[in-house]
Design a binder for this molecule. Structure first.
Ligand SMILES: C[S@@+](CC[C@H](N)C(=O)[O-])C[C@H]1O[C@@H](n2cnc3c(N)ncnc32)[C@H](O)[C@@H]1O
Length: 254
């Protein structure tokens, strides 16, 4: 990683509670159905697939399940998360890398970028670079599965939720801010654990509408197969969606 990437990773780590405490992320996400949805998309569109690369794999939570069926490699920008995976899920092949620049020197039948990881790449050129990375690891017919925010989250009043964690239950108050100019959703969370401990964090996610996803995919040589809502419905309601695309390779004009 370049020194700029290291600075960026450190900044993200400081701002996001889950990056500071990966076990907390695992416990909060324990009942996520991302892998179930992702597997059903792969089974539908690429049933013979045996190899998979996960860009922005975080704690390796999803990768651990996917690795039961696929020969997998995961990549994440946060050294702390990758070290956590090495400690907690030592059988997984997970490496430090930036999805904008990383080149693993291999291709796979399935490329995934789940849990909004793409949304942490904010600028148009960087998003294009991320798609180029997906293409650099694709072979003709490889399937790309993304889960990313496709719509703004706008709440004028703060939202509150009770969240079960391995540290006990917490009340989390969330303020959302939507910047239409940059298409970035900012989420500010205030955690108050029943133990009395408190924490705050800030998460900024870039929203890419379905038409933009089509464009970035096409520019990198992928054709959209489908974009569906989290529930599996074809009518998109947001805020997140699954995008499935197939690599056709670039023409000489690409
Ligand atoms: C919300 S987490 C999702 C992790 C995992 N995919 C999941 O669903 O549990 C977003 C992840 O993207 C990673 N990330 C952000 N920017 C990245 C980049 N440029 N390259 C690689 N990973 C990145 C973060 O470090 C973080 O682990």
């Amino acid at each position: 990683m370049s020194s700029l990437d290291i600075v960026e990773a450190e900044h993200l780590q400081a701002s996001n509670l889950f990056y500071r405490n990966p076990a907390l992320y695992d416990s909060v996400q324990a009942d996520s159905d991302t892998v179930t949805v992702c597997r059903s998309l792969i089974d539908r569109h690429c049933p013979e697939a045996r190899t998979l690369l996960d860009f922005g794999c975080g704690t390796g939570r999803d990768l651990a399940q996917l690795a039961q069926h696929f020969d997998c490699v995961g990549v994440d920008l946060q050294p702390g998360l990758v070290h956590y995976v090495h400690r907690v899920r030592p059988r997984l092949d997970v490496r430090i890398g930036d999805m904008r620049t990383v080149r693993l020197g291999r291709t796979a039948e399935v490329l995934v970028c789940l849990g909004n990881s793409l949304a942490y790449v904010h600028d148009n050129q960087d998003i294009q670079s991320a798609f180029r990375t997906f293409a650099a690891h694709a072979r003709p017919e490889s399937l790309l599965v993304l889960c990313s925010p496709v719509a703004a989250i706008e709440h004028s009043a703060p939202q509150q939720a009770r969240v079960e964690t391995h540290l006990g239950t917490a009340t989390v108050t969330i303020h959302y801010e939507w910047d239409l100019r940059t298409q970035i959703n900012t989420m500010r969370r205030h955690w108050v654990f029943d133990s009395g401990e408190e924490a705050r964090d800030v998460i900024r996610r870039r929203v890419l509408g379905p038409r933009e996803l089509e464009l970035y995919a096409a520019l990198a040589g992928f054709d959209i197969v489908e974009i569906i809502s989290e529930s599996g419905a074809t009518r998109l309601t947001g805020p997140e969606a699954y995008t499935v695309a197939r690599y056709r390779a670039l023409s000489c004009l690409g």
